[in-house]
Design a protein around this ligand. Structure first.
Ligand code: SF4
Length: 473
């Protein structure tokens, strides 16, 4: 075949792949994920294996933290490991490489471990760039106690002063069970943290004003018997600060035992969700879509138009469920962040795969506008999307035996351990182990694997004495 013809064919093939709604590697990864899910989560509203392969997080890349949380999910040795930029960059690169290989491109990944802003901005930036390089959508997980200088140095190229990221995604962890924050070492109630939450959001708003770097901010909060009754007020107080996601984690008995303070199992997931709804001022339709197992995750997508909250999908309306089915069948795992021409081509092909989405989608859009208060109300109150999430980690005493049996291919007869195994099999939050080429649920990582891993890291990266003292509880 003449070279010119071969080259033309190659380009046509590349164009055909680039304009598919999903990258073929993602299509294959989603199919595998769906195949591996247990039957009880293979529901029409399941996102795993249809839209996403699941969330991802790093581990063992910078275990140290300079605040203290009760509870803290990290092993007690974590603070004896030095923060080391080259180690972080190397391990993030390896972990993300495996995730790209096993899960395809375009998945959300959290740069998480200890406190990410203890890394030098250059190392933080290099880790995010490695994540992008491997097709991940990174989010930096921080306690939010850092300065604008770090953020600016992270966002800008030090040689040119130009921005090196157009967009940064951060989750700020704020709750009254954290100790050692500058300016407020000990917190008595959640409202005392509001100025610190505002300051966190304001840094990103300033970065956008001064350098054009856009952002997505999530607010993370651990829920215990001490602060459950303040959840609603936190949502009310913080709704307009600039966070686009509010994520609540009912505390679990995992990680450093010295930091276990309360009867964490004194309330149910329903009780937490009820407080979130009180704060949101609306019912939150978490059964419209499901990510993994409902005992692990609740997610409610919606938008505010003024004070009025509208769910994106009404879980009671079969027409909305049908639209979701059309969307998943047509668009699947399509990444909507793409250049306009590519996005248009992918959208056209997605609609061609599922033409019903046009009439059904038009009906859904009209219902959403009605739920949000109508066209006039929306004109006067431009909508702001806000997502509410609850993620309930499991206790180490259950995860350990459940995981050990799963490793042997055995399902437990004990109902509690079996339920734990079902959740681990449906896990939506994985961590990568490049040495043996496998992914493990974050619960298994923290409950089973972290202690040994941190002991190895203590030997590999011992403290050299100049590190800031971590806070004590
Ligand atoms: S198994 Fe653990 S890490 Fe995975 S989704 Fe459930 S709670 Fe989250």
């Amino acid at each position: 075949m003449p070279t010119v013809v071969r080259s033309l064919l190659d380009r046509l093939r590349a164009l055909e792949v680039a304009t598919r709604p999903e990258h073929p590697d993602l299509t294959a990864a989603l199919a595998r994920r769906w195949e591996d899910l247990p039957a009880h989560v293979k529901t029409p509203n399941q996102m795993l294996g249809t839209r996403s392969a699941g969330c991802e997080g790093t581990h063992g890349v910078f275990p140290r933290c300079n605040l203290a949380c009760t509870p803290c999910y990290h092993a007690k040795e974590a603070n004896r490991v030095r923060v080391d930029g080259p180690h972080t960059q190397r391990e993030v690169d390896r972990q993300m490489g495996l995730l790209r290989e096993l899960r395809g491109p375009g998945q959300n990944a959290q740069l998480i471990g200890g406190e990410v802003t203890l890394l030098a901005p250059e190392d933080h930036a290099a880790a995010l760039q490695a994540m992008h390089r491997h097709g991940r959508k990174p989010m930096s997980m921080s306690h939010g106690d850092f300065d604008y200088d770090h953020l600016e140095a992270l966002a800008l190229d030090p040689d040119t002063g130009e921005r090196r990221f157009d967009f940064l995604s951060f989750a700020g962890h704020f709750d009254s069970m954290m100790f050692g924050r500058r300016g407020i070492k000990r917190v008595h109630d959640e409202a005392e943290l509001n100025p610190y939450r505002e300051r966190f959001c304001a840094m990103f708003q300033r970065l956008e004003r001064e350098h054009g770097v856009k952002h997505y901010l999530a607010h993370n909060m651990t829920v215990t018997p001490r602060n459950i009754d303040q959840v609603a007020q936190v949502v009310r107080d913080c709704r307009d600060m600039g966070f686009r996601m509010f994520s609540f984690q009912p505390a679990a008995f995992v990680g450093n035992q010295a930091r276990w303070k309360d009867a964490y199992r004194a309330f149910s997931s329903d009780e937490v969700w009820q407080r979130i709804e009180e704060g949101a001022g609306a019912r939150l339709h978490f059964r419209a879509v499901q990510v993994g197992d409902e005992r692990c995750n609740r997610t409610a997508y919606g938008l505010y138009a003024g004070d009025r909250y509208a769910p994106v999908l009404d879980e009671d309306d079969p027409r909305d469920q049908r639209v979701l089915g059309d969307f998943l069948a047509g668009f699947g795992g399509m990444d909507f962040v793409a250049p306009p021409a590519l996005l248009a081509a992918r959208t056209a092909r997605a609609i061609a795969r599922r033409p019903q989405i046009l009439p059904h989608g038009a009906g859904w859009a009209a219902r959403l506008v009605r739920r949000a208060g109508g066209v006039r109300h929306l004109r006067a109150n431009p909508p702001t999307p806000i997502t509410f999430v609850m993620h309930a980690f499991m206790d180490a005493r259950d995860v350990r035996p459940a995981w050990e049996l799963l490793e042997q291919g055995v399902m437990s007869d004990d109902p509690r351990i079996r339920a734990t195994q079902e959740r681990l099999q449906s896990c939506s939050y994985a961590m990568a182990h490049p040495d043996d080429g496998r992914l493990v649920p974050a619960c298994a990582q923290h409950s089973v694997l972290d202690p040994d891993e941190n002991l190895r890291l203590v030997e590999l990266l011992p403290l050299h004495g100049g590190e800031p003292e971590p806070a004590t509880v």
